[in-house]
Ligand binder design. Structure first.
Ligand code: WT7
Length: 640
């Protein structure tokens, strides 16, 4: 057990080792009883009497279907009775000399009502889709909660996505409303959010009739008469009750990348997602009433939905909302912010940890971290070296570190150690959360027992599970339930050790994870082939020291066109503009052909190996239409 690190002792925890064992067993033997009990964490208008009603073949998933509730009431209004004066949000602006803004639950209640009234004034009603394209400011969280209050379905699009990507996501869910800001700010640089919304709406045929604009930087922007409204002009304080929602009414859509096609609108519903985020937040972060929690994720990703907006507020937690980036004004920003607001629980991504680790310890040790009692990691595999640095330097070797594995589709944490119950194993996420039933299968679908490595599936539903892909249930079934009939397939490879600890090895499909952001290689390929000089493109991931994975693009050009550094730079810019900065290719490899089988299928396995600089294991190349191409590709490998 030498790789294992025992958790620190504490007098007060939400879960001991013995409790975990007993509750995990119960969550599998009596899931309905267990989850109906956890559901009591929320205030229900009609408490549910039914637990899970689900099948993975055919695919239909419901939880708490006879329950009625409103999640905005649960995140805000119900805390007024005993926590009205407790701090809910501490806003830390991009500029460290800017104004810190603190909102109590009573203040948050006022803000949410103002926002909900503004949305109503634009015509937002129950069931309407509302697209958010926002900076990481208080109003982003408020806008999500205001949608939930009215029963509208929010679809948050990360502010780093391009107008093209934004338009696609507006059109796909037929959204008629957008909430944005004049500009965002990241690392001292303005992000032209409102101008991007204008570009998306001017260049595409959408049904958008109202755009609500929050004044943030005060930049001079153009407002389109009749369509664009300043938030301050529509906000009002009149009474605005919470809409009663059935547990299975949609709460939000969040677009995420898969192996094929356009991003999918993953749909989460109200009751199950609320119970899942409330319960996981309570146990996984061992939340106590006096904690100051900080999750550094943007609300544009699922982590920001579950562990900025919903999980913490459903638990009445105090949390930091951070607008900026880890390296501005210097590489000590995280630790300075932790010292400033006495953060006790900090949750961030391995890519940030690795980037900061490289800058040396002095940026960390310059700041007081004595308030910290728990550190968390999420979004991609964390290498043991980065894990140890995170615990030893920022965590002073004294705090537990949790490595939480989950996905947009799972709604909340699925695999982790619990901070004071379980030994930690650097590089391993750890054990299944209550109700989670992992299974490893080989490529033929054979179930693997004991210590093994295989493809990670989940064999039973859990309340936080996504219910469908918006407007395309067949795609939901096809993507997650058709590889292994009757099981949810995660797309991840995974090892299980003899202690039952799970270690995620990475995606086994054509999805890559760049700085914790999920990217479909097919999306980058589609963007590349739109360029007038590009004939064909194949995109794969390769190991990257900081980002986890980088984007490697093999490109063939049209007859007569010639590859050059200038064209490579142009293609990088092109993809950036089509999708957004997150998708910027790291390497462009011009080639005269792609390795294809005689039937024309691109052999991505070979392209992956070459990009990874792993030629020893290229496997069988004899089925290639042109086997000599492989040597040319190896020779032409782009190294930086
Ligand atoms: C994919 C899901 C979890 C919310 C943020 C990302 C990878 C996530 C871990 C982890 C290893 C991880 C997986 C997963 N991933 N957490 N702790 N260790 N890999 O959500 O964008 O839906 O991406 O992120 O590959 O499938 P997402």
């Amino acid at each position: 057990m030498s790789e294992f690190i025992e958790p620190p002792q504490t007098a007060k925890t939400n879960c001991t080792a013995a409790q975990y064992r007993a509750d995990y067993v119960r969550s599998l033997s009596d899931p309905d009883g267990f989850w109906l009990e956890q559901a009591k964490r929320l205030d229900w208008i009609d408490p549910p009497t039914i637990g899970g009603e689900w099948s993975f073949d055919p695919v239909e998933i419901k939880w708490f279907a006879d329950g009625t509730l409103n999640l905005c009431h649960n995140a805000v209004d119900r805390h007024l009775a005993d926590k009205a004066d407790k701090t809910a949000l501490i806003f830390e602006p991009d500029d460290p000399d800017g104004a810190v803004r603190t909102l109590t639950f009573a203040d948050l209640h006022v803000e949410v009502i103002r926002m909900a009234n503004a949305l109503k004034a634009m015509g937002v009603t129950k069931g309407a889709r509302v697209t958010l394209y926002m900076p990481m400011v208080v109003e982003g969280v408020v806008a999500m909660l205001a949608c939930a209050r009215l029963g509208a379905v929010h679809s948050v699009v990360f502010g780093g996505f391009s107008p093209e990507a934004l338009a696609g996501r507006i059109i796909d869910c037929d959204s008629h409303f957008v909430i944005t800001a004049d500009e965002g700010l990241r690392g001292g640089k303005p992000i032209a959010l409102n101008a991007n919304v204008d570009a998306a709406l001017d260049e595409h045929d959408t049904q958008v009739k109202g755009v609500l604009v929050i004044k943030h930087t005060g930049a001079d922007i153009t407002m389109k008469e009749g369509r664009d409204h300043w938030y301050a002009d529509l906000a009002s304080d009149e009474d605005c009750p919470c809409e009663p929602m059935n547990a299975e009414d949609p709460l939000f859509i969040l677009y995420t990348s898969g192996s094929t096609g356009k991003p999918k609108g993953v749909l989460h519903t109200t009751g199950g997602y609320g119970v899942w985020t409330a319960t996981t937040f309570h146990y996984v972060f061992d939340h106590q009433p006096d904690d100051v929690f900080w999750c550094s994720a943007d609300i544009g990703w699922i982590t920001g939905h579950s562990y900025v907006t919903y999980g913490p507020l459903l638990n009445g937690a105090t949390q930091v909302i951070f607008e900026g980036v880890p390296n501005y004004p210097d590489h000590g920003r995280f630790w300075a912010t932790i010292a400033r607001h006495k953060v006790s629980i900090f949750y961030t991504a391995p890519t940030a940890i690795r980037a900061l680790m490289r800058e040396g310890d002095s940026f960390v040790t310059a700041h007081d971290r004595s308030s910290l009692r728990l550190l968390g990691s999420v979004g991609e595999p964390i290498n043991p070296e980065a894990w140890r640095w995170y615990r030893d330097v920022p965590g002073e070797g004294r705090v537990p570190v949790i490595d939480t594995w989950w996905q947009t589709e799972t709604g909340g944490v699925m695999l982790t150690t619990l901070p004071y119950a379980h030994a930690m194993k650097p590089g391993s996420a750890g054990l299944p959360f209550f109700g989670v039933q992992p299974q490893l299968v080989d490529n033929e679908g054979q179930v693997l027992d004991g210590a093994a490595e295989g493809n990670l599936c989940l064999t039973a539903s859990w309340p936080g599970q996504a219910r469908t892909v918006y407007g395309d249930h067949d795609r939901f079934v096809q993507t997650y339930f058709s590889t292994y009939t009757g099981k949810y397939f995660t797309g991840d490879g995974c090892q299980r050790d003899e202690h039952g600890y799970y270690r995620i090895t990475g995606r086994v499909d054509d999805v890559i994870n760049v700085s914790g952001h999920r990217m479909g290689t097919a999306e980058v390929e589609s963007a590349l082939v739109l360029h007038p000089h590009v004939s064909e493109a194949a995109v794969v991931g390769f190991p990257h020291d900081i980002k986890g994975q980088g984007i490697y693009c093999y490109v063939t050009l049209n007859a007569g066109d010639e590859g050059s550094d200038d064209l490579a730079a142009e293609l990088r810019q092109w993809v950036r503009k089509e999708i957004g900065p997150v998708a910027t290719p790291d390497r462009i490899h011009f080639t005269d052909g792609l390795p294809k089988t005689r039937s024309g299928k691109i052999m991505r396995r070979i392209l992956r190996k070459i990009a990874e600089n792993d030629y020893g294991s290229l496997g069988d190349t004899s089925t290639l239409a042109d086997p000599s191409l492989v040597d040319r590709l190896i020779e032409g490998r782009v190294k930086s």
